[in-house]
Design a protein around this ligand. Sequence first.
Ligand code: ATP
Ligand code: MG
Length: 427
Amino acid sequence: MGEIKALRGTRDILPEEVNYWQQVETVAKEILTKAAYTEIRPPIFEQTALFERGIGEATDVVSKEMYTFVDRGDRSCTLRPEGTAGVVRAFIEHGLHAQGVQRLWYTGPMFRYERPQAGRQRQFHQIGLELIGSPSPVADVETIALATDILETLGLKHLSLQLNSVGNNEDRQRYREALVAYLTPYKDQLDSDSQYRLDRNPLRILDSKDEQTQAILENAPRLLDHLDADSQAHFEAVKRQLTALGIDYTINTNLVRGLDYYTHTAFEIQSADLGAQATVCGGGRYDGLIGQLGGNETPAMGWAIGMERLILLLKQLKPVPKPELDIYLVSRGDRATAQGLKIAQTLRHQGLRVELDLSGSQFKKQFKRADRSGAIACLIIGDEEVEQGTVNLKWMATQAQSVWQQSELIANGDQLRQQIWEAKHRE
Ligand code: ATP
Ligand code: MG
């Protein structure tokens, strides 16, 4: 049998990269928590019908990207391709509407059968939020501002907010007719996906990446010109409030997003530093979805940030420092190692980061590893120290050594912690 490798479109996040992930999670969690969002953790797989009904059967995601399988009980299950449908299902199932406006965030893996390339994988990760229960344009602006805040706090530059309104159902119905009337004479010149969509889901054609289709679309009627008075007022309020917060945006009338459930505000945050997969964050309002999935009609707004793309951008900035090691503990002999383990444990409880050398090899070899470990100090225990109940402390930068009583070290970890802190800040 050949070597078993990770599946195409999946990646291991190795320790050297994981710092970036943790930094994103920490920053996002802090910003979202301050805005009164709480985390929700729905399952990673759901009934297939949830996504078919929620996302829309004619979308790329449902028609060709889902990981769907039949389980041993003959149920059709699907690995979640996005987070909103599961959150909304949980919202309905647990009657969360009774608790007023819900501000929820989630993070985790999503699955789509796509052609893998930089920033596009089959298992990828998102951090997303949903603000459920408010029809107000302020909700749209609150969520967009949170996305901007997270990306800017992480230090990203060259971002642009692309904004559109896809109106309500009636607006879109009127627009659909106008768009089909415009595109039908060009049908033969459209790419094959767009030809197919012309009857089934013509708005999706706006999202086509095909150059010739894009050229034809240049003179197409605009969705923004088909909004009724209420939809226009909503969009104007969103734009006004974004401006009031100092958030720049560009109107992009072709922005329709990849999922069918959006209404009114649709937006993407793109980066000029990402190449073809430029969208870091996408989202919008989805006032129809909860009703469509069997809940009470409830307005909602949400977005998702693609973690892989975000981390590609972070790697272009200065590296995230790894957590520093305070102490590397070197020991030789069974009793010495047993005492070392105990001392390490105590020092960790006192807040120090301690790595134990497990090799039992010659001190010289262990010292080399201590050097490479990046520790501030090294603790040494051998037979002699065991006999005398002591431990040798060596500062890596100066090689200066001192002898400590083990009991003193254990009872008075503060003193050692203070010295390590000073040594770190001297460097
Ligand atoms: P795209 O047009 O790039 O395929 P999308 O419209 O399908 O994006 P959404 O469903 O809105 O994307 O997902 C939100 C974000 O999740 C995207 O902006 C992107 O950053 C990320 N994302 C989506 N699909 C993938 C994927 N296959 N691999 C990595 N990240 C992804
Ligand atoms: Mg996609």
